[in-house]
Write a protein that binds this ligand. Sequence first.
Ligand code: SAH
Ligand code: F3S
Length: 461
Amino acid sequence: MPANKVYVRTFGCQMNEYDSEKITDVLRDEQGWQITRQPEDADLIVFNTCSIRDKAQQKMRSDLGRLRALKDANPQLLIGVGGCVASQEGAALLDSAPFVDLVFGPQTLHRLPGMIAARRASGRAQVDVSFPEMEKFDHLPPPSKSGPCAYVSIIEGCSKYCSFCVVPYTRGEEASRRLDDVLTEIADLADQGVREVTLLGQNVNAYRGAMGTTLGPAGGASESGECADFALLLELVSEIPGIERIRYTTSHPREFTARLIEAHARLPKLALHVHLPVQSGSDRVLAAMKRGYTALEYKAIARRLRAVQPAISLASDFIVGFPGETEDDFQQTLQLVEELQFDASFSFVYSRRPGTPAADLADTTAPAVKLARLQRLQSSLDAIEARISREMIGQVHPVLVEGFSQRNPGELTGRCSNRRTVNFVADPALVGTFVDVRITQALKHTLRGEPVVDTLGRLAA
Ligand code: SAH
Ligand code: F3S
């Protein structure tokens, strides 16, 4: 019998990208599924959904609706909906989309093979959006990787409950993976040629991973009860042979400890790039958002980070038009941006999410005003990003070569420590290695460069 084919479409964040990879891993490992890029060829179509903002959710809804025609043409086709919309709606999703066969959440994706079997045997839709903490990681096959960069989830969920955000409800409370599980997975990836690892979580610096088992008095294994914090995790990851660069995303200002700042001073493998969402520059708005810090506290973190790593690029997330945000509040956000000179950041218009505390706040700012604020903020952020890119021209940066440029397969592509993409012409054998590249040109979203060669014409890298 020919292998079943699965088509996975991912909406939303890097966490979802990661989960999508795990979905295909578990289907391949347990039931021999193959991946297809053509939904028309698929026996199973999975939408891994996002509910962070209304727009993402609406887009997913309308694309999902279009699958009905495929299903009408091929009644054997299975349709699965995973991720945050599935988690939030559960079985109710079937009321609005009765052609869906499988509804699963971020914490139950490993149960998909069983759900498919049950669906086929019973002919009934299967729903499982429970939160069996960490069970997932015990059931996923070991990661397999062909490129030099990999993501590793270290902490799932979020317990911060910012007043605007759905994540704590869709992904559950913070739960850290065991320290030795994380380290083994990364060592495994390094053996497969991975050189750069991105530690993933909604709040990676909330990490508290249980540390190994110790031999109890009777010789039996028992938990030592100790936990590793994020700074210790970074230190141990940087000792893994083969891992040359470490990134993490996202971190939260509330747990950006002195130990973490000190790790940036001490660990040369830590990328010179930190994504630290601030959301707003106004203390009034930050309090209403329940972010748990003031603008001054945020600035202190930035100052201390830059004191230990002056070249560090600090990226952020912003929400404009939060209920009650005044022009004055917004000015304080613009001021913070100018003061801290944020690099490549994300900004969004506030999106009301039913079920979150902020959804009950009076929101009287006109949509046009919010949009205008977004544009002002984005042009300010873009100008800074462009300036930082321009200043890189002439400098030499170590670039981890990830593969061939999408636009021009004759060129190699990779990223600098500050995450900018650099395209350049060089020997394809360099894919998977670090190359010193002199930056020659700054374009809107990418840089161009040339590999540095020594006087004998050899690559200096
Ligand atoms: N863990 C991250 C946030 C993850 S969500 C943190 O530390 O803040 C990614 C980004 O989406 C957030 O930083 C925020 O800027 C944006 N976001 C979340 N909920 C939103 C909403 N209801 N409306 C608009 N933007 C939102
Ligand atoms: Fe959301 Fe705030 Fe957590 S933005 S993911 S509740 S830190």
